[in-house]
Design a protein around this ligand. Structure first.
Ligand SMILES: C[S@@+](CC[C@H](N)C(=O)[O-])C[C@H]1O[C@@H](n2cnc3c(N)ncnc32)[C@H](O)[C@@H]1O
Length: 412
């Protein structure tokens, strides 16, 4: 799509350029009116950067299309300017409330396609909302649970987006200070967490880290189900910090200016912005001090943990030494038992040999006995034959003497 923002060829003819009350009314109109009435939606839909990024986020976001399109316009046409004006080599985008990851994936994919040196951080419990303020929040604790974070991270990896995107799990209070402190300067904060305590905390957390003119987008502060988010914009952003928004549709967009540049001279906005600048400086310093004291606490905590671990390791070492000594004693006992066993085995082997020799002798004796037995049986048989022959010849002789035949013996 043509870069109306660069050429100044805005859909609406506005006279003012630069900033008015810390925001560019022309930029806000160009994006908001352009999307709502000026045919910019169709142009965005035909933009291959949008189409490719959307195909990666498909099925993973509940963000309304106009809001996603406005983020697209901010990322494509305004972040490069913010980067350039702030003189930072790289920057970051923080999203407070990522749910299934769709809007963060979309932003990261746009940055990758455009070659922007920007990393996106998606912060969420990924286990549903923490407690809400039931005086003003329609949502309840536990809403938006059921996210498969392991699958989401694997998807980021397989989509090749790891260098542009990181999901950080935990409540914002637990994760944001360290993440913001460790990231490149903040260019855009996408606050999409619906409930008063979370929206208020996110806004307070990002202020010290924002580059001059960086964008704060409140995704749901104008939504009928998120009066808690609206209240934060009313109480903190507008009433307390005195900011005017650059866009109210499709979502609230504010800009944070620590240095108050680009104001109309001669107006009392110079002093307003000077005061704003002063407040921002103090906030940044407070943020840096909080981060430094957090880091010091972490280092002290790590040191204490290391000492504890050292003590535990030393006592484990002592136990191991004791075990080693008793193992050595057991080893010598085993050696002794082993030599005894060897002696017993040698004795058994010689007993076995002797027994075997005796057995062989016994077998020889048995063979002799069997042979003698055989000879005895033969002699016995022979004797029996002789006795029988002698008996027959005796009866024959007696028959002859008596003058009778051999039947005599039979009759007898
Ligand atoms: C509307 S959803 C985010 C939608 C998402 N950006 C998308 O593209 O679909 C709001 C998310 O804010 C998260 N949330 C709200 N308060 C939080 C807190 N204090 N810490 C961490 N996450 C929080 C919820 O867990 C929920 O997933």
């Amino acid at each position: 799509m043509p870069n109306y923002f660069e050429t100044g060829d805005y859909p609406l003819d506005l006279k003012h350029d630069g900033l008015r009350k810390g925001r560019s009314a022309r930029d806000g109109y160009a994006r908001g009116w352009g999307l709502e009435y000026g045919g910019m939606r169709e142009e965005v839909l035909a933009d291959s950067v949008y189409v490719d990024a959307m195909s990666l986020a498909h099925g993973r976001t509940i963000q309304a299309e106009p809001c996603r399109m406005n983020l697209f316009l901010l990322a494509k046409y305004f972040l490069p300017r913010v980067l350039e004006q702030s003189g930072t080599a790289s920057g970051s985008i923080f999203e407070f409330g990522s749910y299934r990851g769709g809007s963060a994936i979309f932003l990261a994919a746009v940055c990758r396609r455009l070659g922007l040196p920007v990393r996106v951080y998606g912060l969420d419990t990924f286990e549903g909302m923490p407690p809400t303020d039931k005086a003003v929040d329609a949502h309840n604790a536990g809403d938006f649970s059921g996210v498969d974070l392991a699958e989401l991270r694997a998807y980021v990896e397989s989509s090749g987006l790891s260098d542009w995107l990181e999901f950080v799990q935990g409540t914002f209070e637990e994760t944001a200070p360290a993440q913001l402190g460790g990231a490149a300067p903040l260019l855009l904060a996408h606050i999409d967490c619906d409930i008063r305590p979370a929206v208020a905390y996110s806004y307070e957390a990002i202020r010290p880290w924002m580059v001059p003119g960086g964008y704060v987008v409140f995704d749901d502060a104008h939504s009928s189900s998120c009066l808690g988010a609206t209240e934060v914009v009313e109480d903190l952003v507008i009433r307390r910090d005195g900011l005017n928004c650059e866009q109210i549709w499709p979502h609230f967009v504010f800009r944070l200016w620590p240095h108050g540049e680009s104001v109309e001279s001669g107006s009392n906005q110079t002093s307003e912005l000077a005061e704003l600048e002063y407040r921002f400086r103090i906030q940044r310093l407070e943020g840096e001090r909080a981060f430094a004291s957090l880091t010091a606490d972490r280092v002290q905590h790590k040191h204490d943990q290391n000492l504890l671990e050292l003590g535990a390791t030393r006592s484990r070492l002592e136990q191991v030494l004791l075990q080693l000594a008793s193992l050595e004693a057991a080893h010598s006992e085993l050696d002794l038992a082993h030599s005894k066993l060897q002696a017993t085995r040698d004795g058994c082997l010689s007993d076995l040999q002797q027994t075997r020799a005796r057995l062989e002798q016994t077998q020889l004796g048995l063979t002799d006995i069997e042979a003698a037995h055989r000879r005895l049986s033969e002699a016995h048989e022979h004797l029996e034959q002789q006795v029988s022959m002698a008996r027959s010849s005796r009866w024959l002789g007696l028959g002859r003497l008596l003058g009778v035949g051999p039947e005599f013996k039979l009759a007898k």
